[in-house]
Design a protein around this ligand. Structure first.
Ligand code: MG
Length: 378
């Protein structure tokens, strides 16, 4: 039996994780949950799964304590997340918090030698060097939950690093794949949230529309698989059936396919190395065709930012991520048009002088600097 600490239990990945736990009661048990402000759902989850701990934002502590079972202990903030991530009873920490709040809890969980199931790509984008160093030092497993990286992880199993030619990340192309640059520049927030294949939270869905999600995933893959930028490719695959691929030095390509459902990578990470059924199978004749396109870098500058951030190294990817978060918020509020997101990222990145091999403090400083800088731009 594996005891699970779930950071970000009320979001899309969090809720899917709970379904996977429910489907595998003989192997998986929910130990503790954390979320920011969705108190109703957090309380409901604490009751349903009889959690030992629940963590929320300090502001909601009083409201939440009135709603949780008597045996559930309530903690708050990052400190609370660290406590449940390093607790001796926890075996796996699944981190699915949006943004950067999971960084310190995940680092502490690695140092406490917990297995990590990672859905929050920002953690590797910001601090990939530090995080992967700690993973190696502590000999812990880092299992990717992001569907692309989970697919690559599966394709790489049993392979030597020297067998690999390159990693091919697939991208659905997001909401504006069929639109012209002109049409895209007039798009509203609502238009951007209409994802053709995956059902995800608003931030990831918007990042899919700009391909910034793929940009973050390039950096994530760079750290997870120790792969240089020039050996990470992106291909648009609108059907989202192939979740990613690996090309080997003999020219063969392995692809991983399944129904588009996040429960697949979540279940794989939580039950690793065991495989189990229960999530449905693909009907190949019904798919009819799988198509591939080269992404248009003029239409989507996001990929250039990712490669640039890896080339510059150090704090640059954290700056890219922070500028994107600020720009996405501005777009959501109707303060800028969609291409304004790329403008803000580009300008913030060019204003930043990267710090090589930064400490965690320097990364957090660069992140704050980028947020302030991006806030002044449009
Ligand atoms: Mg993904």
């Amino acid at each position: 039996m594996k005891n699970i600490t779930l950071l970000g239990s009320t979001g899309s990945i969090g809720q899917n994780t709970l379904k996977v736990i429910e489907n595998n009661p003989d192997k998986l048990k929910l130990f503790a949950i954390a979320a920011n402000s969705n108190i109703e759902l957090l309380a409901e989850q604490a009751h349903k799964f009889k959690c030992k701990y629940v963590v929320c934002h300090e502001n909601y502590k009083k409201e939440l304590s009135a709603k949780i079972p008597s045996f559930t202990k309530i903690l708050t903030g990052i400190e609370g997340m660290i406590e449940i991530s390093t607790h001796k009873e926890a075996d796996i920490v699944l981190c699915a918090v949006v943004g950067t709040a999971g960084l310190k809890p995940v680092l502490e969980a690695i140092r406490a030698k917990k297995e990590i199931a990672l859905a929050s790509k920002e953690i590797l984008v910001m601090a990939g060097e530090i995080v992967m160093d700690e993973v190696r030092k502590n000999g812990v497993k880092m299992l990717p939950v992001d569907s692309e990286h989970n697919a690559i992880f599966q394709c790489l199993e049993g392979r030597k690093e020297t067998d690999i030619q390159k990693i091919i990340l697939t991208a659905s192309g997001g909401a504006f794949r069929k639109n012209t640059i002109q049409e895209m520049s007039e798009a509203t927030y609502k238009d951007a949230l209409a994802h053709p294949t995956w059902n995800m939270g608003p931030k990831v869905t918007l990042d899919s529309a700009t391909l910034m999600n793929k940009a973050l995933e390039i950096v994530e893959a760079h750290w997870l698989f120790n792969m240089p930028a020039e050996r990470i490719d992106v291909v648009i695959h609108p059907q989202s059936i192939i979740h990613s691929m690996v090309e080997f030095i003999d020219g063969t390509i392995l692809a991983q396919m399944s129904v588009t459902d996040m429960k697949f990578p979540i279940q794989y990470a939580l039950l690793y190395p065991e495989k189990r059924g229960g999530l449905g199978t693909l009907s190949l004749p019904k798919i009819e065709n799988l198509t591939f396109e080269t992404p248009d870098r003029k239409k989507y500058p996001s990929l250039n930012f990712a490669y640039e951030s890896i080339r510059k190294g150090g704090t640059m990817a954290a700056v890219m991520n922070a500028a994107n978060e600020v720009a996405v918020e501005k777009f959501g509020k109707g303060l800028i048009k969609l291409p304004g997101i790329w403008n803000i990222i580009e300008k913030t990145m060019s204003a930043h002088k990267t710090i090589k091999h930064p400490t965690l403090e320097q990364i957090i400083e660069a992140d704050s600097w980028a947020r302030i800088k991006a806030e002044t731009m449009c």
